[in-house]
Design a protein around this ligand. Structure first.
Ligand code: NI
Length: 177
């Protein structure tokens, strides 16, 4: 099921999310919805709070090339257990902050421990775009957005644009009813 994606600013995007007790049918259904919503958007990552669910669950798939096989990764209760000293600057965007992009510096590689779709405990390394993406999504679980790495002035400007976008979308919806 495709779920509506919350747009910044929204208090639910600023919350620290709760761990799941385990990967049960409800969590697997949430992971499936997150994947479907992410592919539909389209995007390369989506965290549960972005659809209003305040649980530590997220999905990524950074294989966006036309000839790439899909590579969905579902993570519950992810924890970064190691970060490389080497940093990498990458252009980031966010489905909750449409059409805004900024260069953000993060560790080039991270090791993450998490529960997968089958509830198995996995620990693996992510590199390059996947490392950027998984760190961006894990930030969402702590109520942190990529614009929080920018200057307050730039962040306020972006927030202003998003408020305007939300007003316009609300008006369009009302007009369609
Ligand atoms: Ni995001």
């Amino acid at each position: 099921m495709i779920r509506p994606i919350l747009i910044h600013p929204d208090p639910r995007l600023k919350k620290v999310c709760a761990p799941v007790a385990g990967v049960d049918a409800a969590v697997r259904a949430l992971m499936a919805d997150l994947l479907q919503t992410m592919y539909g958007a389209p995007g390369i990552g989506l965290a549960a709070p972005q659809v209003g669910v305040l649980s530590r669950v997220l999905v990524i798939d950074c294989n966006t090339g036309e000839d790439d096989e899909p590579d969905p990764v579902c993570l519950a209760n992810p924890e970064i257990t190691w970060s490389s000293e080497a940093a990498h600057e990458h252009e980031e965007g966010c489905l909750s902050i449409p059409e805004i992009y900024a260069m953000i510096t993060r560790p080039d590689a991270v090791r993450v421990r998490y529960l997968d779709r089958a509830g198995r405990e996995i620990e693996r390394e992510f590199h390059g775009v996947q490392a950027t993406c998984v760190q961006h999504e894990i930030d969402h679980l702590s109520g942190k957005l990529f614009i929080d790495y920018l200057s307050p002035t730039r962040r306020q400007m972006i927030t202003g644009k998003m408020k305007k976008l939300k007003r316009e979308r609300a008006r369009t919806r009302t007009a369609a009813e």
